[in-house]
Ligand binder design. Structure first.
Ligand SMILES: N[C@@H](CCC(=O)N[C@@H](CS)C(=O)NCC(=O)O)C(=O)O
Length: 337
């Protein structure tokens, strides 16, 4: 008996703890808006388009979460953040979610009290240089002045790369991506370093993009993904499983164009994904049809990739590592059952 009482007490305690920490979703619902931190302007990831709306891969991830919660992908307040501001903004509660080309590293979890929920984009660091410099590899950058943004993994990897290859360099550290690009464009630096995807995007903004090339060297692993505060497992799961649901949707051929058939499908994997079977959405604190909402209003992973970064965009970045595991990439989602 004592044991049962003990267990009940433990269960009640667990529920109380759950209720105490599972506040993020509740706060967002009460506010009627998701506060989502994005970068200040990286074409393809998060930038304000000609019509004045935020657009991009990271922006669409915020919208996917808003769609799952509100059945309205527009219920997002985008908060543009520099590299140096981004984690403090999440820690202080100014934003609910950080979706801003941020690299998953151990110290960002152990020192900052944050958790990366998924890897939405597998990237690596590279260098952008002028064609006129006539170099084929980053190993030829001895003595170069390199523009880099402060407070990033790029700054740290840059130092490691030159050290490891016993080469000298001069870092030129800038606070914003705009400053870094302008410094490079006005010849203050011989090279600009950042995540390769961002270099492609920055290249488009230079005065003469065709005069610049992204070198083939990739000097680091940059797994980029959404970040939340530690302690709220419900919110962590919503963010993580929204990404997984978008991957699973692509794998199962469920897209914004096929969602109506998917809802009527007899395939058990699709039935569980769209909520015709099982109750995973409600278990997350959402609705049974949360994935239908996300896929209808924003798309599956492949649609979001192609629209913002791939074949349907100005960047035309190949899927590469971000292809599904079943097509030789490494994007892989656990099953939904
Ligand atoms: N993935 C790296 C780099 C991320 C980063 O902030 N890169 C810069 C350089 S392109 C950037 O995105 N800046 C955009 C901004 O400041 O809005 C990290 O997490 O530290």
């Amino acid at each position: 008996m004592e044991r049962i009482v003990g267990l009940l007490a433990l269960a009640t305690f667990a529920l109380e703890v759950d209720a105490a920490v599972a506040q993020t979703l509740k706060t967002i619902k009460e506010r009627g808006l998701l506060n989502c931190g994005v970068s200040q302007g990286i074409y393809g990831f998060s930038a304000v388009d000609a019509g004045g709306s935020w657009a991009g891969f990271d922006v669409d991830f915020c919208r996917a979460i808003a769609a799952a919660i509100f059945n309205d992908a527009g219920m997002v307040k985008f908060v543009p953040l520099s590299a140096a501001q981004r984690f403090a903004s999440l820690q202080s509660g100014e934003i609910d979610l950080l979706s801003r080309n941020s690299t998953w590293t151990i110290s960002r979890e152990t020192e900052l009290g944050l958790s990366f929920a998924a890897v939405t984009y597998y990237d690596g660091q590279g260098f952008l240089v002028r064609n006129a410099r006539n170099v084929m590899s980053a190993l030829e950058l001895e003595g170069a002045k390199v523009c880099v943004q402060e407070g990033t993994t790029s700054e740290l990897n840059l130092a490691d790369f030159f050290d490891a290859n016993t080469m000298t360099y001069q870092p030129v550290k800038l606070a914003s991506i705009g400053d870094a690009r302008n410094a490079y464009d006005s010849d203050m630096c011989d090279a600009l370093t950042s995540d390769v995807s961002q270099l492609y995007s920055e290249r488009l903004k230079l005065a003469n993009p065709e005069d610049h090339v992204v070198l083939p060297d990739v000097i680091s692993k940059e797994p980029l993904g959404p970040v939340v505060r530690q302690g709220d497992y419900q919110w962590f799961n919503i963010v993580k499983w929204t990404h997984f649901a978008m991957i699973n949707a692509e794998e199962l051929g469920v897209s914004s164009k096929t969602i109506e058939e998917a809802v009527k499908s007899k395939n058990p994997d699709i039935r569980r994904l769209v909520g015709s079977e099982g109750n995973y959405g409600e278990q997350l604190g959402l609705t049974r049809d949360w994935v239908v909402r996300t896929v209808t209003l924003v798309g599956n992973y492949g649609e979001v990739f192609e629209r913002n970064l791939g074949a349907d965009s100005r960047l035309t970045i190949p899927r590469g590592l971000n292809q599904l595991w079943s097509k030789n990439g490494i994007q892989y989602a656990p099953p939904m059952r």
